[in-house]
Each structure stands twice: as C-alpha cells, then as structure tokens.
Design a protein around this ligand. Structure first.
Ligand code: GTP
Length: 298
C-alpha cells in the first residue's frame, strides 16, 4: 500500500482571499423522475463560497448529493433536501446552494378530432435555490404553437372579396356557382401566412408548493393560445387545426397578452415573465413580445 496521503488542494488557503457567489458544476448527466417518467437530464449544481480564505469547494460532495434525484419524483421537497445536503456538506464554507435541472418533458397529446395521440417534448428547466433558510423554485418551459397573422388574414379576405366582385359582377347569383367558387383556388385567391411560434415561460413558484405544476402550466398556456402544435394528424385533425388557427389569429402581442391573463390564474405561480417568439414567414426575422406579472403582496 502507498503510505502517502493524497494531497488536498481544496483544503489549502486561497492565494487571493475573496468570496465567490457561485461555484460548482454545469451539465452533469443524470436521470430524473418527473410525473412518473424517467427522463434524461443535465444538472447544474453549485454553492456560494462565502469563506474567501478557502481555496475551493468540494465538487464531489455536490455530485454525490444529486443521487436521490435518480430515485424519487422531482418535487419542491426533494429539491430542498438536495440543496440542504449541499449546504450540510459545505458547513463553514457556503451560505447558499443552487440547482438547475434541464430536461425535456414528454407528454402524450391527443389529436384534435381523430382518436390518435402522439408524444410532444417540452424543454423544461427547474431552478431551485436555498439561501438563509429561504427556499425558492422557478420553472422555465418552452411551448410551441402556431400563429396566423391577423393582418395577413384581413388582406387575404379583401383579395377574396375583390375576386368575388370581379367574377360575379352583373351576374345573377346562383347558389351552386358560389359554392363551387368558394371551394376553388380561383375564388379563394389568397391565404394568410402562419408561423411556428414559441412561448418561453419563466415562472416563480410559491415557497410552500407541494408539486411542480409543469403539466398544468403547459395545459393552461396551450388552452390560452388555442393553436398548440399537433402530434399525430389525419385530415380531419388538420381541418380542425385550420379552424383553430382561423379563430385564433394572433400577433405576437396578442399571444403575450393571452398568456399573461391565463398564467396569472395558475395556482402556485407568484410571478412570471413571458417571451413569445413568432418565427415569421413574412420576414426573415422574428416578431417578439414580452410580458411580466407579479402577484401583489397582501
Ligand atoms: N474545488 C475544485 N475542485 C475541482 C476543480 N476541478 C476539478 N476538481 C476536482 O474535484 C475533485 C473532488 O474534490 P473534493 O470533493 O474536494 O474531493 P475530496 O477531497 O476527495 O473529497 P472530500 O474528502 O469529501 O473533501 C478533486 O479531485 C478536485 O481536483 C475546481 O475547479 N475546483
């Protein structure tokens, strides 16, 4: 056996005494359980280094502190336990502990009309912090949806009206002729442009919340928008999607306002910031709107 002890550089004094706000590891691969599903995740784990004289933190203790995340459903209570373990393993060094978990939530979504269903991924980040015994959790969720430009729709309708005037001027209107005209590209001469769009939701949760309201927030956001992107699609579903788009024409401002009004009613949410991005098909750039809300303190 080697009688030499292993050198421990972290235990040495720092060359330049200075506290640090965050020290840790980013991008640690691990499985997590969310709503009963085992998902591949990446974790960022860190603590503050308040003892400015200490050379370093103990990375391995943070790494090992993540172990319980593999076995139990991700909940605020579990996150708090992990953060407390970070602090307990860094007594006299750290006052604050941080954990981000990045994953893709997989939800099975039904088709609009047909009995089909399929999977959709929602990029999610769960961020937790424990500082001076105050625990804080935030969620970031991306929700994809379709937006049809209301201006483009109005301009297209005007062209269709103009075409109607041209095609039926000075002619007695026959029901069958009008019906055929309505079903032709010669009659419906223009269509509005739509784009795949993303709502980036950043939510602060109440301190004593029991569960992470991931699915309910996604459901609230998709219901508010009315045009969530679909999974398995037959023609009947596509037609229902066309109707949903026609009945939910949206500028990015409309989408941001809809989300704001819906999310402020979501239980357990104390504050949020919404950013919607319409990846325009009219332009080569995006249309973007942001909105913020914070519950008033009683
Ligand atoms: N603090 C720190 N450690 C690092 C860094 N990069 C790699 N490490 C390594 O992380 C490893 C684990 O550190 P510790 O947790 O202190 O390991 P240990 O001293 O064997 O474990 P304990 O006995 O629990 O303190 C060490 O081998 C460090 O060299 C860094 O930038 N900072």
């Amino acid at each position: 056996m080697n009688a030499l002890t292993l050198p421990d550089v972290a235990a040495q004094a720092a060359r330049q005494a200075l506290p640090l706000e965050w020290v840790g590891m980013c991008g640690i691969a691990l499985p997590v359980f969310i709503e009963g599903q085992r998902l591949a995740a990446k974790a960022d784990a860190g603590v503050s280094l308040d003892d400015g004289d200490a050379r370093g933190i103990h990375m391995s203790r943070l790494y090992l502190g993540l172990e319980t995340l593999e076995q139990q459903n991700l909940s605020p209570a579990l996150l708090r336990r992990v953060l407390q373990r970070f602090l307990d393993s860094h007594e006299d060094l750290s006052d604050a502990a941080y954990l981000n978990i990045h994953t893709d939530l997989l939800l099975r979504r039904p088709a609009l009309v047909s009995p089909l269903a399929g999977w959709k991924t929602y990029p999610v980040t769960v961020s937790a912090r424990l500082k001076n015994k105050v625990f804080h959790v935030e969620l970031k969720i991306d929700v994809a949806y379709s937006s049809t430009c209301p201006c483009s729709a109005a301009l297209a309708r005007q062209l269709i009206q103009q075409q109607f005037v041209d095609d039926f001027a000075n002619k007695p209107l026959q029901h069958a002729d009008v019906l055929a005209w309505l079903g032709s590209t010669q009659g419906i001469v223009a269509t509005p442009h739509s784009q795949r769009s993303t709502a980036q939701l950043h939510l602060h949760l109440d301190e004593f919340i029991d569960e992470l309201p991931l699915t309910s927030i996604i459901n609230d956001a998709e219901a508010a928008l009315g045009t969530a992107v679909q999974t398995a699609v037959k023609r009947a579903d596509e037609q229902a999607f066309a109707l949903a788009n026609g009945q939910n024409l949206m500028f990015c401002e409309d989408a941001a306002r809809r989300l704001n009004l819906a999310l402020r009613r979501s239980p357990g949410v104390s504050e949020f910031h919404v950013r919607v991005i319409h990846a325009e098909s009219l332009h080569a750039h995006d249309a973007v709107a942001e909105s913020h809300w914070r519950r008033e303190q009683p």
